[in-house]
Design a protein around this ligand. Structure first.
Ligand SMILES: C[S@@+](CC[C@H](N)C(=O)[O-])C[C@H]1O[C@@H](n2cnc3c(N)ncnc32)[C@H](O)[C@@H]1O
Length: 327
């Protein structure tokens, strides 16, 4: 855990070659721009996965926000490349019930979802492993407030809000915390709700550890809703076109997808869980699974996002959203 963002200015976005989908870049499934890592399948433990994720997202946050920022919107809550919006999905409950709720967003990126939650009257905290992603949260806030210099108040965690130990910055009211989802820097029972739109869970080696920690920081009756790549995608090449429609690997092979540098250090890691694994993880994490949502590709969405596309989306699921409650 470290303090973040106090003295850093938000980045400007410069157009550069696009990078990819939730969790990866263009072809793939997952390729880092600007370098030529070797793609392989091998084990990667908690520490190596976390280190790789932080580095990858720090290096690729700019491209990610350039490529996907418009689709995500500055203050929308989109669950995945299908474009399912929390406004219609209401997986966290009716929007009118969100007012006054303490909400933790995990793997928040540029805090787009948190900004929507704040607009509903909720009190979100946006947590992410990547410093650069959180800098983009500050950039968006600065742009929305007229492009003035950022006013960052790292010393005032906010009345009634759960305060992150030693970490925190605020812009436009949403506290930002840089931390790993597997070690949440909050007291027990700090939040009413937690959510994660493709944040952290696809990238961690020990999802049960994350789920247990999320349960810990939730109050009794709390809800955790998270989206991940649909497990079925694992068997298919990460291609948006017809070549992405033929099974190329075993759905049952949990060996992580790893990109490594010349020294053999992981620079990108993605972990696969089957659908059954995910259900067992949720239960082992101490939650009840109350719904599993598989958004269908809507007719209005003509946009490709890496391997997610209208072609594939009309035939196979791309996203799985787990709605979990703690007693
Ligand atoms: C695909 S992005 C999703 C961001 C945002 N929810 C969105 O939809 O744009 C995944 C995010 O998860 C973050 N992340 C990855 N591993 C994490 C971890 N172990 N703990 C916290 N955040 C993590 C990344 O830094 C990245 O911002």
């Amino acid at each position: 855990m470290e303090r973040i963002i106090q003295e850093h200015e938000a980045p400007e976005l410069h157009q550069s070659p696009g990078s990819g989908p939730h969790g990866s870049t263009g072809s793939g499934p997952h390729e880092s721009p600007g370098s030529e890592p070797e793609a392989t399948r091998r084990d990667a433990d908690v520490t190596e996965s976390s280190r790789a994720s932080r580095g990858w997202w720090d290096r690729n946050a700019d491209d990610y926000q350039i490529e996907h920022g418009t689709f995500l919107g500055d203050d929308r809550f989109v669950w995945g490349p299908e474009g399912l919006d929390e406004v219609e999905a209401e997986l966290l409950g009716p929007p009118e019930d969100l007012a006054g709720k303490d909400v933790l967003e995990i793997g928040a990126g540029a805090a787009q979802c948190s900004r929507w939650l704040a607009a509903q009257g909720a009190r979100p905290v946006a947590l992410d492993l990547s410093h650069r992603q959180l800098q983009h949260a500050l950039r968006i806030d600065a742009e929305r407030s007229g492009g003035d210099r950022l006013r960052i108040d790292a010393e005032r965690p906010g009345e009634d809000r759960p305060a992150a130990e030693g970490a925190g910055a605020r812009a436009a009211g949403v506290p930002l915390v840089q931390a790993d989802a597997g070690a949440l820097p909050f007291a027990d029972g700090s939040f009413d709700l937690a959510c994660s739109a493709y944040g952290a869970l696809p990238f961690v080696a020990d999802p049960v550890r994350v789920l247990r920690d999320v349960r810990r920081v939730l109050r009794p009756g709390g809800r955790f809703v998270f989206s991940v790549s649909h497990p079925m995608r694992w068997a298919f090449p990460d291609e948006p076109g017809p070549e992405g429609l033929s099974v190329a690997a075993s759905y049952f092979d949990r060996t992580p997808y790893v990109e490594q540098d010349e020294q053999g250090r992981a620079v990108y890691v993605e972990h696969h869980r089957t659908l059954g694994d995910r259900v067992r993880d949720v239960v082992a994490g101490g939650f009840r699974l109350v719904d599993l949502v598989e958004p269908e590709w809507p007719a209005w969405n003509t946009q490709e996002w890496g391997g997610w596309s209208p072609l594939r989306g009309n035939l196979i699921p791309g996203t799985a959203i787990f709605v979990c409650e703690r007693d």
